[in-house]
Write a protein that binds this ligand. Sequence first.
Ligand SMILES: *[C@@H]1O[C@H](CO)[C@@H](O)[C@H](O)[C@H]1NC(C)=O
Ligand SMILES: *[C@@H]1O[C@H](CO)[C@@H](O)[C@H](O)[C@H]1NC(C)=O
Length: 490
Amino acid sequence: MKFICLTLLLVSGITDSRSEQYEVVGPADPVFAVSGEDVILPCSVKPSISVVDMRVEWFRLDLKDSVHLYDDHEDRNTDQIQSYRGRTKLIHQELQRGNASLKLSTVRVSDEGRYKCFIQSKSWSDDATVDVRVEAVGRPPVITVDGFDRSGGLHLQCESEGWYPEPDLEWLDSEGVSLSSETTETHRNTDRFSLKHTVIVYHSGKIHCRVKRRHHMLETLINTTKNMFNSWRTSVILISVMVVLVVIAGILITVFAHKNREQENNATKFDSAVQNYNVIFSSISEFSLERDQLLQSQKIIFPKAVSHLRTHTVNVILDADTAHPLLIVSHDGKQVEYGNRLKVVDGGQDRFDEYLGVLGKDGFSSGCFYFEVQVKDQTVWYLGVARESSNRKGWIDLSPDDGYWTVSRRDERYWARDSSNVPLSLRVEPQKIGVFVDYEECLVSFYDVDSMSHIYSYTHQSFNEKLYPLVGLGYWTNENSTPLIICDDY
Ligand SMILES: *[C@@H]1O[C@H](CO)[C@@H](O)[C@H](O)[C@H]1NC(C)=O
Ligand SMILES: *[C@@H]1O[C@H](CO)[C@@H](O)[C@H](O)[C@H]1NC(C)=O
């Protein structure tokens, strides 16, 4: 009897001293999991020894509750946290190799946290901690066009939802230069983040909205290059906005393959990465639907912006008494052309005498006003507004300092005249120019009506008297007899 006891003691002493060499090992780095996919929480005994006869317990450190329990050769999950039900698995063949890694299926954002892998034999126990970070890839961003504002800026809005953790949203122009968002909004509903950012752009071109979080990036592009507005005159406004979804799944497999570099392990990671791509590509088809809806909605959004300007349309009638003697103003005051002959007109003091200009009959000293002038086929023209008292005699600078706010075409180029000449680069020859003035905001803006693109704005001006519409055909002489026409028929 004594002998047996001694032997038992000896045997257990031997096992104990052997057990001390064993260690439960988890990953050194956090484990990144993608919402909706499966993830392996690595945990094993080193050196490798079968844990089939041991107790393996996985629990949440923060919740102190069981995530998975294996004991007495069986999974015993009666006390398992409800939300993990049916989603946890220990691979029994792996247990023989000392591998107690837990497979967690269809990961949720709420799975994020610290887990303990606790392994216990009759004589020994140890544990390791696994830090699980969950990432949820949201829906592809959707860009909507909110129309133009008073300064001629095009308002774009980009929305994307369903991200975790909070992603970054970035606007990029066609050169890849980041644009700063005008407004930003972030909402958190249950455990996902949704974002809404706006930006104001002043030039046409491609604008990208990029949303990214760690290894994932979704990007949408709006192409505002051409034909944002067509058929302006007919009230059917056709927009051709190409919305192209560019999805770049920047999945860095290496990051997923953290500590364990074993080949089979990497194979699993690769599979999950491939799955990831599938998830993203399936969202493309969803996106097509959204794009169609978007195009639909733009038909409403765009005319809103246009009609916003046009609600301020005033009836401009050119005042022949202010016209340069060589100009012919039509009877209705809606057209002016260069008359290639000398007329006998009085050289009244209201007239321009060198500059081929004419003013509107009515001036404005409050609110907003807007008018459109057809410049089609005319090669030299000036348009804008003039202060009532500004000098009309001799050489005029046509600068704001002199009481003129204009854009012009001359020498085959387009110009604004601020404190110095500002060359304007326009993609197409404008056929019609819209002039918008907000007296209180001290703003004068010019638009190419057909493409509804912004040409130039004078901001923060000082108006302290009435402003009159100004139409001009150059200085001294104009070889081109095409009239400039005030447009009212839209
Ligand atoms: C954007 O528009 C321009 C001009 O309309 C066109 O040449 C270009 O192919 C378009 N790009 C995309 C991505 O649609
Ligand atoms: C442990 O088992 C999991 C499956 O449960 C497997 O993915 C992983 O590669 C195994 N780890 C080792 C070190 O064999």
